[in-house]
Design a protein around this ligand. Structure first.
Ligand code: ARG
Length: 480
């Protein structure tokens, strides 16, 4: 097997493969090498770098820079390297600066000097930008599929407990009755927007930097259009400087992740509340909750808490990348190597937390009795009284006062609204006739809120069906 030092494309001194040895008298200082190395994290890009290499080999051939026979051997060498990367037979070593260096070493080990021809017209600058786009386009689909898993869990729970009412809250105080399913679907909509946002992102990520070279394009007759098509992009980036300088797709992806993380944290917080002894709306399944090392009775919502906690990490990643990019001169700067760990971590953490959240939600048991009993408490039907008065012809300003007086009458006597006898209703205000009782029930209050997007059972059933259709379509995109 020829040694890396046999190739004139790498430094001629024996030792590690470097892609930039020629004009340097000696190797890099250890402190530089340690600071500069990225292969321990950018190795994740290996499959995408190899895909880019195959596409590049084909355009080199079309430009008559590789013979038929050389192309065949080059592609076979790349296939072999790909298989060895997949099986683990070839791995990066500490001496490889980055994924591109490691894979060039692998190719040289397999093909000898022919391996050194592949780098013509290509730079790590356009390579890394291309690899990262390819990686993130796959990741966006995996994350979207995992979001769909959580959406489906929420839809399943909403469907199962479609008749259960709940106290709708503002300021974390009982406000108006809602269906518990309506509250659950209110968490599905943000998630659906998260998937939609990833799809919008994908439209802008769909352009290939490969062919930009270091920054200015190439004097070799390469074909960036053909490379772009080969890699599943719509076309090449229109400006070679932008191609290697742009990390909008990283920052934007991290915004998608951060907002998704915020949505997960809000759902996580509600699950934590719902599972407290004070609320006791839901019970967590044993498989999706944890115990305490000292308190035998504990059942803790760790998944919901971790989901809540990780939001900080995602926001941090977005902040890190935006701050790194701020003020960077065009074109490539080494600062940009700092773009990778944040996105890799964001993707990997989302792929951990989303399935756990989905499992936790799918296995929640809802205490419908308790929810029904607590729904009208805290005078949650006071708005219904006011709106009933409006329907009888009272101005809302007066109706609000009358209903407020009704509430304070009850508070002073420890009564709920529906417990006040007819004669006392009349004493509070003559306009409070016994007919007001028609709205002093949870089911009446729910059914009455039948405007578009409202919590009336008929509206919620429609909403659920529409979300089912939307989510199925999202899954199609994610698995394409
Ligand atoms: N590891 C580098 C990065 O992630 C690859 C590009 C290096 N380019 C260069 N001119 N040193 O950004």
């Amino acid at each position: 097997m020829p040694n890396a030092a046999d190739s004139d494309d790498v430094d001629s001194s024996p030792g590690p493969t470097r892609l930039w040895g020629g004009r340097f008298a000696g190797g890099p200082a250890e402190a530089l090498a340690k600071l500069s190395v990225s292969v321990h994290f950018d190795w994740r890009l290996a499959p995408y770098d190899l895909a880019g290499s195959k596409a590049h080999a084909r355009v080199l051939h079309r430009a008559a820079l590789l013979s038929d026979e050389e192309l065949e051997r080059m592609l076979a060498g790349l296939e072999q390297l790909e298989a060895d990367v997949r099986s683990g037979a070839f791995t990066a070593t500490e001496a490889d600066e980055d994924v591109h260096t490691a894979l060039e070493r692998g190719l040289l080990e397999r093909l000898g000097p022919l391996g050194g021809k592949l780098r013509a017209g290509r730079s790590r600058n356009d390579q890394v930008a291309t690899d990262l786009r390819l990686y993130l386009r796959d990741a966006a689909r995996q994350v979207a599929a995992a979001v769909v898993g959580l959406e489906e869990a929420l839809l399943g729970l909403a469907e199962r407990d479609i008749d259960v009412p709940a106290p709708g809250m503002t300021h974390l105080q009982h406000a108006q009755p809602v269906l518990f399913a309506h509250q659950l679907l209110a968490h599905v909509h943000p998630l659906a927007r998260d998937v939609s946002r990833l799809r919008d992102w994908d439209v802008r990520a769909d352009w290939s930097p490969l062919g930009a070279g270091a920054l200015a394009g190439s004097s070799l007759p390469l074909d960036p259009d053909a490379v772009a098509k080969d890699l599943g992009f719509s076309g090449p980036v229109a400006n070679s400087i932008d191609a290697v300088s742009d990390r909008d797709f990283v920052a934007e992806f991290l915004f998608c992740a951060a907002l998704l993380g915020v949505h997960l944290s809000r759902l996580g917080e509600e699950v934590c509340l719902w599972a407290t002894s004070e609320f006791s709306w839901v019970r967590l399944d044993d498989a999706f909750s944890t115990g305490s090392s000292i308190m035998p009775q504990k059942k803790n919502p760790d998944i919901a808490e971790l989901a809540r906690g990780k939001a900080g990490r995602f926001v941090g990643h977005l902040t890190a990348v935006l701050t790194m990019l701020k003020g960077l001169p065009l074109a490539y700067d080494r600062d940009m190597q700092e773009d990778k760990e944040p996105v890799f971590d964001a993707v990997e953490q989302l792929l951990l937390v989303l399935p756990a959240m989905a499992g936790m939600v799918a296995t929640l048991s809802v205490d419908g009795e308790r929810l029904r009993a607590s729904t009208p408490t805290g005078h949650a039907l006071a708005t219904d009284v006011a709106e009933w008065l409006v329907r009888q012809g009272t101005a809302f300003r007066d109706a609000h006062e009358i209903s407020g007086a009704f509430v304070s009458w009850c508070d002073a006597r420890g009564l709920e609204l529906w417990e006040v006898p007819d004669e006392d209703l009349a004493r509070i205000d003559t306009r409070l006739t016994p007919e007001v009782r028609s709205v002093l029930s949870v089911d009446g209050a729910l059914a009455a809120r039948s405007t578009t997007g409202g919590t009336a059972p008929a509206r919620v059933v429609e909403q659920l069906a529409a979300l089912r259709t939307a989510v199925a379509e999202q899954l199609q995109w994610a698995s394409a």
